[in-house]
Design a protein around this ligand. Structure first.
Ligand SMILES: *[C@@H]1O[C@H](CO)[C@@H](O)[C@H](O)[C@H]1NC(C)=O
Ligand SMILES: *[C@@H]1O[C@H](CO)[C@@H](O)[C@H](O)[C@H]1NC(C)=O
Ligand SMILES: *[C@@H]1O[C@H](CO)[C@@H](O)[C@H](O)[C@H]1NC(C)=O
Length: 334
């Protein structure tokens, strides 16, 4: 998709995805001060410049690069934003957390899918930052929360399968962004659009890992797949309970389905991790989990084609669509 956009910036971003820094991209980045993390900007900077076009019928396509990009963003979790305040600061966000740029026709449609359970503080911080972040990129988007009921062990991968199925009923999304609730992107050049060819891992540099990948096949945190990528690998496994193990299975599925993982450059794929200790799962130490499943044998039978769940409700909150599901048998939390 990016390949279709002809602009120097689009080309340099492609170079970033595919390999190390080149002189071309360094020159562009210097001139934009995109990577100077000692100078950060408020995520709402100049967002009010996007105002309603007088005539929607004759609205032009959005510019290939957003005119209000600032690069590094100021992220802090010290003050908990209220729901009312977030709504007020995002007047163009419609019911269900749906947004279309008011001033231009979006070039991309991205669905943000967040597997969720009882992490309200995380959620408020995420919404406060992610709504303006996506609007800065001139995307058409929706935010989906997929909530697991009950006290059983969390199953992030299965919840995301549910989210993909439900989100695609609403809209023909170009890109599915699978997003942890406790991660906030630090640079508005980290584009929430898919790679045309391969699944893209976005969270390549998190502050809690000192901004390096914890291990080579890591695919956790935030990733971007087109619906075609997602179906080609039969989605995510439904059978991983607890956090962590599913990510290695997913990385293996990508390869088994004949694809590769591309990564956002660590200069741009920087994320801040929230550190409230609300949920047992998020407190578990991050380590490479041992593989318990034989992915090579199971991936074709365990995934989107075997997905079963009970949809309990799908409601439109002002800032997100709330999908609540009973995902069936859940091993007791141990
Ligand atoms: C915000 O927009 C104004 C007017 O276009 C511009 O002068 C200013 O540099 C912008 N601020 C940032 C931080 O980009
Ligand atoms: C979940 O756990 C809480 C606290 O331990 C308990 O009060 C509640 O009844 C449990 N709910 C279910 C559905 O088991
Ligand atoms: C989502 O909907 C369920 C069912 O209506 C509700 O119990 C829950 O509080 C909602 N969650 C959020 C985060 O809005």
């Amino acid at each position: 998709m990016l390949g279709a956009v002809v602009s120097p910036e689009a080309i340099f971003i492609l170079i970033l995805y595919r390999g190390g820094p080149s002189n071309v991209f360094r020159a562009v980045l210097d001139s934009h001060q995109v990577l100077d993390y000692s100078k950060t900007h408020d995520v709402y900077t100049n967002l009010s410049l996007f105002t309603q076009a007088p005539n929607e019928e004759t609205m032009p396509y959005c510019s290939a690069q957003s005119p209000i990009f600032v690069g590094p963003l100021t992220i802090t979790f010290r003050v908990l934003p209220s729901e009312r305040m977030i709504i007020k600061k995002n007047p163009f966000v419609q019911s269900g957390g749906r947004y279309r740029p008011p001033h231009c026709l979006a070039r991309y449609k991205s669905a943000i899918l967040v597997a969720y359970r009882n992490q309200e503080k995380y959620l408020h911080h995420l919404l406060y930052y992610i709504h303006p972040f996506l609007q800065r990129q001139q995307l058409s988007y929706s935010i989906y929360l997929i909530q697991q009921v009950g006290n059983g062990t969390f199953n992030r991968a299965k919840l995301l399968n549910v989210g993909v199925r439900e989100a695609l009923k609403d809209e023909d999304w170009d890109c599915l962004l699978l997003h942890d609730v406790d991660l906030v992107p630090e640079n508005d050049y980290n584009l929430y659009v898919c790679d045309e060819y391969y699944p893209k891992h976005m969270a390549s540099a998190m502050d809690k890992f000192q901004y390096i990948l914890p291990y080579k096949s890591f695919f956790g945190g935030v990733s971007a797949l087109t619906p075609e990528h997602y179906m080609k690998m039969n989605g995510f496994p439904n059978t991983y309970w607890g956090s962590g193990g599913e990510n290695d299975d997913i990385a293996a599925r990508i390869r088994l389905a004949g694809m590769e993982i591309v990564r956002t450059s660590p200069h741009l794929g920087r994320y801040k991790v929230m550190d409230y200790n609300e949920e047992a799962e998020t407190r578990e130490p991050w380590r490479r989990p041992t593989t318990r499943h034989n992915t090579r044998k199971t991936w074709k039978d365990d995934g989107m084609n075997s997905l079963e769940f009970k949809l309990l409700s799908k409601t439109r909150h002002p800032l997100y669509t709330n999908i609540t599901v009973d995902i069936g048998y859940v091993p007791p939390f141990s």
